[in-house]
Design a protein around this ligand. Structure first.
Ligand SMILES: [Zn+2]
Length: 227
């Protein structure tokens, strides 16, 4: 299954992505930041120097966001506030926590081993990134819009989305074909928590959770369609 992460409002298996979160990377974790920076060095291929630099920065930020998500789960396991976890993944039951932790940890570790290749083999000009679910080569292709759109919304979030696919998540749809004009479309993914399997296997749930998207937060992109 080829996964297509795409801006746009058409076609199959597409999700228009817009994140406007203020997903602050924890600056209080210099060691973690350094470690992430070290592991993503030189893992880009077919990129210009500027593209490679951009992609590595996005990978570092994705790693920090995944660490932040991991810290949130740690707090949940210690009996702390579970509202963030519950919103995106349903009840913080042991099985949900186990699955989400596995995907987050696998995604984080894969930053060190995945290949981030500049260029896509799809002619669609709106494609952000693509991978193949469970791709043994852990290849993530970075399409032109990856470098041209909002860094956090599309580059960082896009990597988290694709990394989760490489750890077994699916490209779920919400059932609604379009959310035209609704800037709060990210909240529609919250509805998947009524289906715990759907929530914990949905790439978008991981992207929004890791970026600490706030419930009710408006997207700067007002309309989104999925199919
Ligand atoms: Zn996807």
């Amino acid at each position: 299954m080829v996964d297509l992460l795409q801006i746009g409002s058409r076609s199959v298996a597409l999700v228009a992505l817009t994140l406007a979160c203020s997903c602050a990377v924890e600056s209080s974790e210099p060691d973690a930041r350094r470690d992430v920076a070290a592991v993503v060095e030189a893992l880009t291929t077919n990129c210009s120097p500027d593209q490679a630099s951009f992609a590595r920065a996005a990978a570092v930020a994705a790693g920090m966001a995944l660490l932040g998500a991991g810290a949130d789960i740690g707090g949940v396991e210690d009996g702390g506030d579970a509202s963030r976890f519950d919103y995106w993944f349903g009840a913080h039951e042991p099985e949900n926590i186990r699955v989400v932790t596995q995907v987050l940890l696998g995604s984080y570790e894969m930053i060190a081993t995945a290949e981030f290749r500049c260029g896509c083999d799809d002619p669609d000009p709106n494609l952000i990134a693509q991978t193949i679910t469970n791709d043994p080569n852990q290849l993530i292709r970075l399409c032109p819009p990856f470098f041209e759109r909002d860094f956090t919304e599309f580059a960082v979030g896009g990597l988290i989305h694709e990394l989760s696919h490489l750890n077994g998540t699916l490209h779920w749809k919400t059932g609604a074909s379009c959310f035209p004009g609704d800037p709060h479309w990210p909240d529609y993914w919250h509805a998947l928590t009524s289906n715990p399997y759907g929530a914990t296997n949905n790439a978008e749930s991981y992207r929004l959770y890791a970026l600490d998207w706030q419930p009710g937060e408006a997207s700067s992109r007002g309309a989104v369609c999925t199919d």
